[in-house]
Design a binder for this molecule. Sequence first.
Ligand code: CA
Length: 447
Amino acid sequence: MDFCQNRAEWQRNPQKLFSSGRFNRRSDKKKQMHILTSWLPIPADSDFSLYNLPYGVFHTGDGRARAGIAIGDHIVDLAAAAGSGLFGKRRFFKKIFEQNTLNDFIALGKPLTGRVRKKVQDWLTRSSAPANAESLLVNRLTAQMLLPVHIGNYTDFYSSIEHATNVGKMFRPDNPLLPNWRWIPVGYHGRASSIVASGTPVRRPWGQILPPGQETPVFAPSRQLDFELEMAFVIGKNSVLGEPVPTEKADEYIFGLVLFNDWSARDIQRWEYVPLGPFLGKNFASSVSPWIVPLEALRPFRVKSPKQNPAPLPYLQTRGAQNYDIALEVALSTGEKTKQTIVSRSNTKYLYWSMAQQLAHHTINGCNVCVGDLMASGTISGPEAGTYGSMLELSRGGKEPLTLNDGSSRSFLENGDRVIMRARAEKNGVRVGFGEVDGVILPEQVR
Ligand code: CA
């Protein structure tokens, strides 16, 4: 399916669907000021509060994929909700939600997706449990989460100045940042086909590696397998080929965010990256968290970006708070039964280049973006030790191995290691979290 094509009438004229006035237009923003309560018990420490309502795709063992919204320990089954008439236009919305991707839903556009969200929030905040509560709710523990969108294109940026500096220092101690870094939100086109849902194991890749001090490479399994702590945004609106998306319109085009682990094989990367950049050291797997947190849920957590010096060129300039205060952590365990060690605590607010700048730069030459495209931030490192977003930085290129809670030490990832990333924003008692993205390293294939 080509998600860049606007084929159906409802995509061209989504407002028509709601001409019946079934949806009221009270602003989400105003409602967010109030304390929301639900008839459904929602654990106070849940990432999936009434203010979050992230979207995902799941099945419950029957293989029948459908869309859902996470709430506390449950999922609101959007296909069942559509069937019950919660959104009106039963057949239309059932068809939208009885799919294994959210692309068609996202393509409806924010005025409509926002109203679906509002309907679900209203349903959850009724004064007592609705009669259809049981038929619309699924226990989250019984659900198998799938990749939430069909990702047509994946782009990876390099937007953390701390990460770029840390990595640059390993190659050029006196001049870690290349001259273009403060002018361009550096990025490259990644590989969409190997992006996997959280929980999918990752097999150690083979590749060409140049052993230190040698002149010819060997073909071997990577010995420097790493994670990259990233946040990625999902494109929610097709842009037109030839027409840039300016920074001030970025919010129209960004549907929501996911946590992203961009697995990397540093030894393969080091040998191959000159002159065209990352290739097989990066494209064997990337993992995404299953729930897309919509941009409107993150609005209260917007914060100013770090000061940019020099001032960016005019097409990259922005107004107002462009970053998000979202706490990030990486947990590492060496096996199912061993204790996790938090190896990194970082935050998306450190990002030097904002999502609006990434998107404006990506499209300034006329390159178009499509619903479902994924754009990742690049590794998000903070300013001090313990906030770095990769083993490469945490172990200083392998020179200073980390000691884990179970007594073992790690420079890079070993077979059986499990990496779990978490993200959450919290303010004034309101919590909006991403859940987890996790993956286990499998041994290399026998060759
Ligand atoms: Ca990356």
